[in-house]
Each structure stands twice: as C-alpha cells, then as structure tokens.
Design a protein around this ligand. Sequence first.
Ligand code: ADE
Length: 238
Amino acid sequence: MAHFPEKGDRAAWRVSVLTLFPEMFPGPLGVSLVGQALEAGLWSLAAIPLREFGVGRHRAVDDTPAGGGAGMVMRADVLAAAVDHVRQGEPDAPLIYLSPRGEPLTQALAAELAAGPGVMLLAGRFEGVDERVIAGRQMREVSIGDYVLSGGELAAMVLIDACVRLLPGVLGASDSLGEESFEDGLLEYPQYTKPREWEGRAIPEVLLSGDHKKVAEWRRSEAERITAERRPDLLKRR
Ligand code: ADE
C-alpha cells in the first residue's frame, strides 16, 4: 500500500497564496477531485491576507507608480514582509508571482512543481508589483496565457489545479493520466460512449472491434491528426 500523507502531515503538498482577497480561496479548489484531495490532506492551502502586512493607518499595500502614469503598484516592503513571514514556516517552496509577463505554465512545469514540496504564490492586483521585490525575493514569474486577468488569483487557482491532480493518490484511475493531452505532447483523441448511434452519427467501427492494438493505433493517428490541424506548434516542439 502506498503511503499518503495525513491531514497536517508536513509531507503533504503545501500551498500558500498571498492575496488581497483570501475569501476567494479555496473557491473552486474546494470541490470535486481537487477539493476531495484537500479534504483528505493530500495537499494543504493557506490564503495569506496581504492587507495585514500593509503600512499606515489604512494598511496600504500599493502606491502611485514612480515616473507617473495610471494605476497603482504593489509596494516592495509590504510584499517582502508577507513573503518573509510565510517563509519562516515554508523554507523550501518555490516563490511564484503570477503575471502575464511570466514563463508559460505548461504540463511540464506543473509536473515539476507537483514533484516539489509545494508552492508559495503571489497573486497581484493593480498595475503590477514593484520590480525590486521580484528580484529581491527571487520570484519566478509564471503566466497562464496571453491575456490579462484582473488579478492573479484565478491564475493561481489554475496553477494549483494543474499540479494537485498530478499528486500521488489524487486521480483514482491513474491510467487516465498517462494517456491524456500533453503527456506525450499530443492533443487528446476523440472519445465516444453509448448509445452506439446518436442523431445519425455512429461510433467509429474500430472502437467496437475489440482489437486493442487497432484501437491504440487509431487513437494515436487521430491524436496526431487533431494536433496537426489545431496546434502544429505542439508537433514542432516534440
Ligand atoms: N495576472 C493577470 N493576468 C495573468 C495571466 N495571464 N497569467 C498569470 N497571472 C496573471
């Protein structure tokens, strides 16, 4: 029997999210597969309220951009205080700032992070973060795609979800991991289930043949066809 960590066990994959909106968590991460894994203690989540590290009577976390311009910038001293506080209990987790400027989140990066002790995530708001704290606390910047969200929280949730489902014991049928999209750099082949015919569309004959080798070959060639049609960039990268 594999050993899976108990609730509160230091071995569980540990997530801390530094955010102005801790009430957004766990949100969608509290339901379904990932939520059950949280409940079972396979991973743990701490949402750290950045406001508590703010300065002055109003606990300000942001200020106007040096050099002028619109919007507000999150202060380096406030963010460093929050990061250093969390670091005391979390010495090893990589520190990631979610930002459209970052390296792309890929299946390979999710697997790399899932294999580590956990992650410390900074979810930004406003126009951005003082550059000095990114350098001063050696943050890794990660983007979930080429579009701009109103804050990093949803991006943090996407990253967490992609990692947690890779943790040992989270997916019941471990088979479904090996064959899915991106595990071998291809998009997924088409799936079918009953009824055998629906609105005049039949399930491809080969899938009903019982010939496992033929089925595997068909799925492979369909995956390659769909990838070539929709994401030729993925084929080039393989
Ligand atoms: N914050 C705002 N937009 C983002 C994106 N595309 N990826 C990661 N973090 C973000």
